[in-house]
Ligand binder design. Sequence first.
Ligand code: ADP
Ligand code: MG
Length: 619
Amino acid sequence: MPIRQLSETMINQIAAGEVIERPASVVKELVENALDAGAARIEIVTAGGGLNLIRVTDDGSGIPEKELPLAIARHCTSKLADDIHDIRSLGFRGEALPSIGSVARLSIRSRTANGDSAAEIGIEGGRVSAVKPAAANRGTTVEVRDLFFATPARLKFMKGERAESSATSDVIKRIAIAFPTVRFTLAGSDRSTLELPATDDSPEGRLRRVAQVMGADFPANAIAIDAMRDGVHLAGHVSIPSFSRANALQQYAYVNGRPVRDKLIAGAIRGAFADVLPRDRHAVTVLFLTLDPAIVDVNVHPAKADVRFRDPGLVRGLIVGAIREALANAGIRAATSGAAGMMAAFRPGAASYAYPGLANGHRSYEAAYRASGFAGFDPARSPQRPLDAGSANGGFGENDQAAFAAGSPHSADARAGQDEAAETLLGMALGAARAQVHENYIVAQTRDSLVIVDQHAAHERLVYEALKNALHSRAVPSQMLLLPEIVDLPEEDAERLALHSETLARFGLAVERFGPGAVAVRETPSMLGETNVQQLVRDLADEIADNDTVDTLKERLDKIAATMACHGSVRSGRLLKPEEMNALLRQMEATPGAGTCNHGRPTYIELRLADIERLFGRR
Ligand code: ADP
Ligand code: MG
């Protein structure tokens, strides 16, 4: 075949292959155009997942009648003057409309502020129709029908109505976060309506828009980020670790207001949370990077979702540093959603309220109460009086209790010195320990709340922080084993451990090769006490195998510390004396990040007295 020039339609269809992947990409391009036109309201309607119909209506500047043919011609744009290095609009390539017009039936109806009437142009599978007069308000309506009718091969790859609809919702949410002053509505026969009323451009307004998208409980579980380094500004919010998700879909990132999906940013977020989240959990984040447009390239891919930074190290360092610092400053803070959910569980009538009688069709609360067998309950005759279950069941008895139960009626005759000490404890963030229940939960009291601590999770976190600290200052003290312990392992694991023996020695673990497929352990970190050496060594081998190639040395050390901490912490089930419990609470208060365990679960929850009183109908 001789070489020949491709037809305009073919060229556009080839471009469409990259820009228009699925209905959601059409919606993205059309909404970006509306935003570039300065719209304050944007309405999106879809049918059949967007394959049958996509209609985007805006109240923006409109397109002058004589420019309509240009709008759908390739490489025609009103947005790029003559500097590709200074892009401030969302669009600039002038190829979205002609691409869409080459694979679907497209019509554009528009009216400018000073136009007397509206005009309309159509293009179907690349064939352009003449401009004709139309009736419309100021702004633009773009309608796309029968997407991919002209490219049946692409049509076959569509995932089905529901998947395509939800991809479109995701696109709208992602964009809407960056434009809080714009009102968005997304409706259609194929979906439930999504309405995002305009807020304002203040930090609070932005956070309100984020809450519209992410859920009303996000702000209460998020920490604000605001940092600047070498002219690059980072702002936004990240969730506290206990508010994590099973995938990274709830991570939104923006570069100069443009939504992006960037590996570097995602990696930096993972790095920042590596300490506090396990590998299969993901933080919820909304981050805005603002920098000189000249030092970031947005023209990497036609869909413009990729960016390239001139100084990737700077951007990564800024994100990791800012998030870690914010997490440390937030200190011990538990998930409010956990506590709020729990309050809801207690409250009669709540969806998750599991009251035995109600399940059996009892309508009134009172009937349910009686049916539950609690009627006639007399605390004094109860075989198991709260707080005194101790001696039998592993808590602590009345004698121990009195020694530190200041403020309770029983302490009237306690010695003055103890009263004073206990009074101080009540003023601390985590208060005075009152009891241990189910052999793992410490119940403590502050002046205005009830605190429940998961002792295993809390201790694990403390050991981890101590190990990390020791690691970054000096070697961790170790203890000699009377007899070296031999651990049999697959040869690669033995090899890996030997390779990292110097690092492990810094943690107080002395490991060396012991013939093929085995290592000998001569010393273990004293901090771990009696520990299952076999299990520890195997876990470490796994840890090294998983992370060897990707992570930096420091991150690897932290992970090893986390694995060791898990082995060294007070397992649930261990009974603690009152002094031990209080010591644990004080240590938690003094340790940054003690509000979550290494796996991102909260280490304690706090119930405000006011909420408890509400539960009992006292308020
Ligand atoms: P780009 O956005 O890269 O310029 P498009 O093909 O998406 O390319 O749009 C071509 C041109 O049509 C835009 O530059 C703009 O002038 C005009 N246009 C498209 N949509 C709208 C709209 N909703 N309101 C006003 N003008 C629009
Ligand atoms: Mg565009």
